[in-house]
Ligand binder design. Sequence first.
Ligand code: 5RP
Length: 217
Amino acid sequence: MDALTLKKMVAKAALQYVQPGTVLGVGTGSTVDCFIDALADSGIQLKGAVSSSIRSEKKLREIGVSIVDMNDVESLSVYVDGADEVDPANCLIKGGGGANTREKIVADISEKFVCIADQSKLVQVLGAFPLPVEVLPMACNAIARKLEALGGQVKPREGFTTDNGNIILDVAGLRITDPVSLEKEINHWPGVVTNGLFAIRKADVVLIATAEGIKTR
Ligand code: 5RP
């Protein structure tokens, strides 16, 4: 089964968590694009959506979903988003699309974070996918040196600026056996906006598309 078919499958499966008439949290990425398409096809009427990126906001508006400012809601019952890697404890690496900061903010106010992924995203230990770290431009080299001291190989993402006007450093070569500690450590460095580890606030439910069907954990 090809990757797009798996993404469409898992996107459709996530519709069961969507509560009509509510404000939904919506993430970013190609799997989320499939989810927004599935939402359009489903005919489910939402009160609106809090989105984690300008890209998803645009797509949501195109299907007639109004965008709600996060400052106007206290919490969200459900947040649907993809991931770059998922470990056995449902800790994630996210930020392949560079939206990890807004994604982390939306996930934090959500009661249920539903992660949608295909089986290629499953790993035993996080870190084969380079960890995205959003940094303020002035701190780029200082943070790169600190990440290298942790054993990472750091590459600034070329030609890319986040929705918040910052830089993404992609950090390869980390074997992340304690994602909670690493998430906290990196986030404490001045100049880091957020890193792409979602371990402190991990997914509550992960839907995984496989050739045999959808697995839930
Ligand atoms: C964006 C993300 C995405 O959820 C992640 O990169 C997965 O993307 P895709 O569904 O395209 O594989 O974290 O910042």
